[in-house]
Design a protein around this ligand. Structure first.
Ligand code: NAP
Length: 300
């Protein structure tokens, strides 16, 4: 992807975890000036990183005055559904305050990563215009942030399904990585048979973000992978792709797992992606092709 306006852009990525780290790396690869921010230095420490607590309004304003960003990518936590369930007020406070601070501090185009958990998860899949009704505290906090960001305009909210890839140093573990790690140890892995997702590889999301920076569309966009899959089928596909014993994937009810506070369906479809010119030719990978690519990438 070549972003024609690369020289004119100053991109700030807030949050350098699984998603923000991959996005920042991809944007930098395009030669775009990119600053990353988080509260603590990321393990892959880069010269163009600055400390920022996005819930601190003065700090956000200082950063925006100093850097004059053209794009701000909001990819900060709290990202754990389980943590948000245990700390609903703190989760709401963090996402709401962060969105309000950035909206007040800049006129830059904003890109907010959001989630399928803004939906109740009772339908097979959700499109951009579907009615929201958050499934949990995490979904409520992210929906509050969505509303602040879209209310200002000049912003794109992209809801993504479960993101996966190899775990980056300092970032969250992913279902994919945990599956490979556990099966390689020869251990059994309990996986819910009653949860469906449209998982998407983090590098595909980063690719989409770079394309979007080129034209800065606004509004709402869903970014899910092409496969709607239950976790057991997904884990067994990963096992096969890594020549690991799929019999060690044990199907259980989600209530018996760490994924208890998630709806049955975390699935997204897009009615909008095809009309966004920047996404012409963008095709996120399905679970089998991605598992093969990730296996190859591990050895390169
Ligand atoms: N991963 C997914 O499957 C997925 C799916 C849909 C949406 N999302 C959304 O994408 C965003 C990022 O997710 P992720 O999986 O990349 O999370 P992650 O790996 O947990 O990374 C979160 C990043 O945010 C930073 N952060 C947390 N609080 C901050 C604060 N107050 N100020 C500045 N930085 C802060 C963290 O660093 P410090 O702790 O050092 O500050 C870290 O760099 C989340 O908002 C999540 O809702 C993720």
């Amino acid at each position: 992807v070549v972003v024609a306006t690369a020289d004119a852009e100053r991109v700030v990525v807030i949050g350098v975890g699984l998603l923000g780290g991959a996005i920042a790396a991809e944007v930098r690869r395009e030669g775009i000036r990119t600053l990353t921010c988080s509260r603590h230095p990321p393990p892959e420490h880069h010269a163009s990183w600055m400390p920022l607590d996005v819930t601190d309004a003065d700090a956000c304003r200082r950063l925006c005055d100093e850097v004059a960003p053209t794009v701000i990518v909001l990819a900060h936590g709290p990202s754990s559904i389980e943590w948000c369930t245990a700390n609903p007020d703190a989760a709401m406070g963090a996402h709401l305050t962060a969105a309000a601070n950035i909206v007040a501090a800049t006129d830059a185009w904003l890109l907010l990563a959001s989630t399928d958990n803004v939906f109740p998860g009772v339908k097979e899949a959700y499109v951009e215009d579907d009615e929201t009704e958050p499934a949990n505290a995490y979904g409520r906090a992210k929906l509050a942030a969505e509303r602040i960001v879209t209310g200002r305009g000049n912003a794109l909210v992209y809801r993504i399904s479960l993101v996966y890839g190899w775990q980056r140093p300092g970032s969250r573990d992913t279902f994919f990585h945990r599956t490979v790690r556990t099966l390689r140890r020869g251990e059994r892995l309990k996986v819910p048979y009653d949860q469906w997702t449209t998982p998407v590889v983090v590098s595909d999301v980063a690719d989409a973000v770079v394309r979007l920076i080129g034209t800065k569309p606004t509004g709402m966009l869903h970014l899910g992978g092409p496969d709607r899959v239950d976790r057991v089928t997904w884990a067994r596909t990963i096992a096969e792709s890594f020549s690991l014993p799929s019999a060690n994937v044990v199907a259980v009810a989600s209530s018996e797992t760490q994924y208890a506070d998630r709806p049955p369906n975390s699935c997204l479809r897009s009615t909008r992606a095809l009309s966004i010119r920047a996404l012409d030719g963008f095709a996120p990978r399905g679970i089998r092709a991605a598992a093969c690519d990730l296996r190859r990438d591990e050895n390169t």
